[in-house]
Design a protein around this ligand. Structure first.
Ligand SMILES: Cc1cc2nc3c(=O)[nH]c(=O)nc-3n(C[C@H](O)[C@H](O)[C@H](O)COP(=O)(O)OP(=O)(O)OC[C@H]3O[C@@H](n4cnc5c(N)ncnc54)[C@H](O)[C@@H]3O)c2cc1C
Length: 737
């Protein structure tokens, strides 16, 4: 009879199925989304893949073949995802997860195709988030695909914020686009002249309308706004020349020039007239903040899809690498395993896979959070109306009070009945979810795309020379380059880091973060193989470091944690992303383990899949912990000046003659003393006397503990590598090369 210790754990048999992904990413109960995934996949692995394989990416121009993809999106229901049913949409309710799944499926094959689809939603988003009812009705209807029997083409949109240098880029406040009043008859609506030059504007080759950011160029208009421009408006609607980009060639990008007359009703969200001045209800920053908050999540999803899509082609390449050679006869290790007989090839693939899992989990968690937040935002609007709260200051006061209350409740021990209000009270639920969404979104955009682009390079390298050819299965070379664009557009990494450096210090987020640490410890006690314990220790280290930096100064007396000090705040934001991503990954695997048994189609290979994915969690947690330890150590110690061999620096050192005297009383002390200065002033050859780190002692203890927490992580990697070498994959990729 087999003893417990001799029973081999179940191994992974196949790549994760759709059913497994549905549970992991939280849409097992959404048949509508499952159908959407299948429909989108048909387009991605059909027309999109064929266009890439036939060289569609070799031109910057917007070609008829590329335009056909838009029709394929319409036909598959992709265009309609953004709209409500009454506007011609597919389903009611929040759309963040749905859009994330569309992005995932399209980017699995080509990021440009995903962008072409999403840029239409980006153009509509300002109208969706802040538009007047009339604006929403008009543009959603126009942009929805034609219903059966309707003879019209859906309108396509472009979102135009970025301007030619030296104006809008990362710094979105530097607007040059101008809005002036050219006609204002008494009692009538003002007519505006809009001048805007765009740079790198997606969809511009075919857009019928544009949502453009402009500033007042007229003393009768207050501040900035977003304005809707239409192709047929009187004046100049010049699409400009196509951008010669090296990425995402299946989307259209160019530098347009607009000089158009439009009615003031095109100002997104409307306007008021105060003392003869036209005051837009929302300035451009307020609108783009509401827009990017959601749309950046889908960009993060795209890079995750690339990483996970690389797994199957790499396995196939590695296994078949030596087949056909005389020495590689069927049955031999060379024939059967190919490059997978080599540990490094497997380990690197495990790293790529683990990063893909973590980034998908992070981005889908962010998308789900916004799906939860959207209805809460609407309820909040009702609550403001009921309480007669209208001004920004009054709202901020209410939210501040709710935030204080939420933090107090979150600090109560688990099981305290007063904590129930955190789930039942609208205001408390809102501030909690809002603060975590404020972190999840920039984290998904920053980490998935930035670290994802680095990891895509690893994926490409695993295919050798093939990886950087057009023939590479899975188009991995394209995906590597495309990932860099995903890290850049909708605000490059600096923008996300800047946002995180503010939102991650929100006390409501930090109170939840402490809760996550407790949650990870709890998980670790039930599922030690996930690496959750190491992650919890790394989370504690991050928290200690943040607190330390917020209350410390550098060697010259300057405050460390402040907005201008990006050398402090940005790396700490990066460190947080590693933690959040690895945490989301663990939670998704546990959901699969818990709920996967409900699905008969999953039951057979579930244990092996969960074991494998848990090992990937362990690998990722260890990597994340190491990154956090490295970043935090540099920040905690790096801003202190190292002692020198001068009078001040040697004040705490032993002097050789003192030691000689002491040796008489305490035999052996000589051998313990460091940094001994000799009578002639000579000293050991090093940078200076070693640093005394009393203030950082808790950090050093955490560091030592974290190192030990990595125990077992390499065994997990070995197990994952073995599983990767044994799992079955289909004979051929299901889309062309
Ligand atoms: C293919 C493509 C499609 C695009 N589509 C659109 C679109 O549809 N609509 C649209 O409006 N825009 C679009 N963009 C523009 C895109 O959003 C911008 O390129 C991006 O936001 C960066 O702006 P920038 O190129 O001016 O970079 P810059 O502002 O010049 O930034 C360059 C680098 O400098 C650093 N940096 C800049 N400012 C700071 C700072 N304050 N702190 C720290 N570091 C900083 C960052 O590292 C940054 O990455 C697109 C771009 C491309 C390439």
């Amino acid at each position: 009879m087999a003893t417990a210790s001799s029973v081999q754990p179940e191994m992974l048999r196949t790549l994760p199925s759709d059913a497994a992904r549905q549970v992991q990413w939280g849409f097992a109960d959404r048949f509508d989304l499952q159908m959407l995934v299948q429909a989108t996949r048909g387009v991605a692995r059909g027309p999109v893949a064929r266009l890439v394989a036939s060289g569609g990416r070799n031109s910057h121009e917007w070609t008829p073949a590329k335009a056909e993809l838009l029709e394929a999106f319409d036909g598959a229901g992709i265009t309609a995802v953004f709209m409500e049913p009454e506007e011609g949409g597919l389903f009611a309710g929040p759309k963040n997860l749905a859009l994330a799944l569309v992005a995932f499926e399209l980017a699995w094959v080509d990021g440009g195709a995903a962008t072409a689809s999403l840029a239409g939603c980006l153009a509509l988003s300002p109208i969706h988030e802040r538009g007047t009812e009339e604006q929403q009705r008009r543009y959603m209807k126009l942009a929805a695909p034609a219903q059966p029997g309707e003879d019209r083409k859906p309108w396509r949109g472009a979102f135009c914020l970025t301007e030619p240098i030296p104006y809008v880029g990362v710094d979105t406040g530097m607007l040059n686009g101008k809005l002036r009043i050219v006609e204002w008859k008494p009692g009538q609506e003002p007519i505006l002249q809009v001048e805007k030059r765009g740079r790198f504007i997606t969809n511009i080759g075919f857009a019928n309308f544009v949502t453009a950011a402009v500033d007042s160029g007229d003393e009768r208009i207050k501040g900035s706004c977003l304005v809707i421009l239409e192709e047929g408006d009187p004046g100049v609607f010049d699409r400009g020349t196509p951008t010669k980009k090296m990425v995402h060639q299946l989307s259209s990008t160019g530098d347009p020039i607009f000089n158009l007359r439009v009615p003031a009703s095109r100002i997104i969200g409307g306007y008021d007239i105060k003392d003869g001045v036209l005051v837009p209800r929302y300035n451009h920053s307020e609108v783009i903040e509401a827009v990017f908050r959601r749309t950046r999540v889908t960009v993060g999803v795209m890079t995750a899809a690339k990483l996970l899509s690389a797994v199957e082609p790499i396995i196939r390449y590695q296994r078949g690498r030596f087949r056909g050679a005389e020495t590689a006869t069927p049955g031999s290790v060379r024939y059967e395993l190919g490059l997978q007989a080599r540990e490094d090839a497997l380990h690197r693939l495990v790293d790529v896979w683990a990063t893909g899992e973590a980034s998908a989990s992070l981005a889908f968690a962010a998308a789900r959070a916004f799906d939860e937040l959207d209805p809460l935002e609407k309820e909040m609007e009702k609550l403001y109306a009921e309480r007669g709260i209208s001004g920004g200051k009054a709202k901020a006061k209410l939210l501040r009070e709710a935030a204080d209350q939420a933090v107090t409740l979150m600090q109560l021990p688990a099981g305290d009945a007063r904590r129930d209000a955190l789930n039942s009270d609208l205001l408390l639920r809102f501030v909690a979810l809002d603060s975590s969404a404020d972190v999840l979104c920039p984290a998904a955009k920053l980490w998935n795309t930035g670290w994802g682009a680095q990891t895509m390079r690893e994926a490409v390298s695993l295919m050798g020379g093939y990886g950087i050819t057009e023939d590479c299965p899975g188009f991995l070379g394209n995906k590597w380059m495309d990932a860099q664009l995903e890290a850049t557009y909708e605000g490059p990494e600096a923008v996300q880091r800047r946002q995180l450096s503010v939102t991650m210090t929100n006390p409501v987020f930090l109170a939840q973060f402490r809760g996550w640490i407790r949650e990870m410890r709890g998980i670790a006690s039930e599922h030690p193989g996930t690496g959750a314990c190491a992650l919890a220790t790394a989370m504690s280290m991050w928290l200690w470091t943040l607190d330390h930096l917020q209350h410390s100064k550098d060697a010259d007396g300057s405050r460390l944690y402040q907005s201008a000090r990006q050398g402090v705040t940005f790396p700490l934001a990066d460190a947080l992303c590693w933690l959040v991503a690895a945490g989301c990954q663990i939670l998704d695997v546990l959901r699969l383990q818990r709920e996967g048994t409900n699905d008969a189609s999953l039951a057979e290979g579930l244990a092996g899949l969960v074991n494998f994915l848990s090992d990937l969690c362990h690998v990722q947690s260890a990597r994340a912990s190491g990154e956090v330890a490295r970043i935090c150590a540099e920040l905690v110690f790096g801003y202190n000046r190292h002692p020198a061999w001068d009078e001040e620096g040697t004040r705490g050192c032993w002097h050789a003659d003192e030691l000689d005297v002491l040796e008489g009383f305490i035999p052996g002390i000589n051998s313990y003393a460091l940094d001994v200065v000799k009578g002639d002033g000579s000293h050991p050859k090093k940078a200076g006397p070693c640093v005394e780190c009393h203030a950082a002692q808790p950090f050093l203890s955490l560091h030592a503990r974290l190192d030990a927490c990595l125990t077992g992580s390499r065994l997990a990697k070995d197990r994952a590598a073995e599983a990767v070498s044994k799992l079955m994959i289909p004979e051929a990729l299901d889309y062309p090369a």
